[in-house]
Structures are given as C-alpha cells and as structure tokens.
Design a protein around this ligand. Sequence first.
Ligand SMILES: Nc1ncnc2c1ncn2[C@@H]1O[C@H](COP(=O)(O)OP(=O)(O)O)[C@@H](O)[C@H]1O
Ligand SMILES: [Mg+2]
Length: 227
Amino acid sequence: MSAGYGAADVVHRISLDVAEGEIAVVLGANGAGKTTTLRAISGVLARSGVVQFDGRPMPTRPEDTVRVGLSMVPQGRGTLTELTVLENLLVGAAVRPRHEADADVEKWCGFFPVLGERREQKAGSLSGGEQQMLAIARALMARPRLVLLDEPSLGLAPIVVQRVFAALADINATDGTSMLIVEQNADLALRLARSAHVLEAGRLVASGAAADFLDDDRVRSAYLGGR
Ligand SMILES: Nc1ncnc2c1ncn2[C@@H]1O[C@H](COP(=O)(O)OP(=O)(O)O)[C@@H](O)[C@H]1O
Ligand SMILES: [Mg+2]
C-alpha cells in the first residue's frame, strides 16, 4: 500500500500483516508516516495498492470500514469535548442497534470506572488520560475486530501511559480484539505487542517479533536510538 497527500506519496509500498487477535506495533519517529498509514487503512485518506481484511478488500470509505469491523483511535484522541462522556460513547456505536449500545456503555463504564462516574460530564472536563480512555472506549463501542491506535501515549504522564497500555493488554486478552498501534514510545509498545515494524521516512525498514526487537541490541541501536 502507498498513500500521501495530493500527487506525492509519503508512505511508499509498505506491507504488513496483523494476525487475528494479535497486537502489532509500528514504530517510527515524528514525520515517518505513521498517521498517514493508519488514515489510509481506515479510508480517511486515499491510498493505492492492496489492503485486505479477512481476505477481502478493505472498503475505501471510513463508514464502510467501521461496518466491516475496523475502528480507529485517532492521534490527539478526537474527543468531542462539548459532548458528555455518554454521548461520546454513543457516537462510537452509531452503526449498532441502540439496545446493544446501551449494554456496551455499561460494559466500558465498568471497565473504565472513571468514565462511569463522569458519564454526564462534558468530555472536555476530563484529564488527558481519561480522554484517552474515552477515545479507546468509544472506538470499542463499534465492537471492532481490529482497532487502529495512533500514539495512545502522546502527551500523557508515564504512570498514565502504563495504565492505558495495561487496559489495552487486558482488552486484547479478554475480547481478542486485534490492534495495530503506532507509537514513538518504543519500549512500552514492544512489551505490549507480538509483532513490530519500523517505519522510516515512509518506508518499512524492519519487521519481526516484538521480543526480538527488545532483545537485539543491534536492532535497538539501529532503529530505536539505543534505548
Ligand atoms: N495533510 C497533509 N498534507 C501534506 N503533507 C502532510 C499532511 N499530513 C502529513 N503530511 C506529511 O506527511 C509525512 C508523514 O506525516 P505523518 O503520517 O503525520 O507522520 P507521523 O504520524 O509518523 O508523525 C510528513 O512529512 C508530513 O509533513
Ligand atoms: Mg502521527
């Protein structure tokens, strides 16, 4: 798949797989093309080449990708700050019958108690970490089989990042939801993920098991700045 803006591609012929039920991570510096990649997969941005989901071509319009089971947590969270927590959650379930949505509101308000406690408050009054949890819960309200997450750690304190990543691990383990996460926080993401890819200036330069990236000093120093 390739994608870009106007005539110029910024992501060049990248190829990656997310196996059913797995967490895959795409690492890369600022400007590497991580957001462009996710937006092209979800249909927000035009792409060329092949994207398949369950062996079928991935639809090219965002509303259709949601219907086939893809959900996105955008960079910067995309919280609708003037709406309440509850209203934000219901937006995520727009494609689903109301009674199912109500049941899932209870499910995610139970999983993230802070959302339950604040369900009538405007989303803009939540802290950054709470808004990230809301963005994740909102994406899950569509009952996706694959969630794309764009830098879920961005702008959050380390302790809050730990909590968010623990929640993702828990959701993956419990519901089997597949995840494709793009991150600059390499160490944390590699501990969460099973497979990993490194994007550099719009090209995939390494792919493999996440554990190998963590263990391999040579790979770490080449792609992760030796962290
Ligand atoms: N709306 C846009 N129009 C033109 N170029 C863009 C746009 N958004 C991003 N770019 C360019 O595409 C490249 C990749 O950006 P992006 O996918 O946002 O990177 P990342 O998410 O890895 O930080 C960058 O060079 C960036 O300047
Ligand atoms: Mg980005």
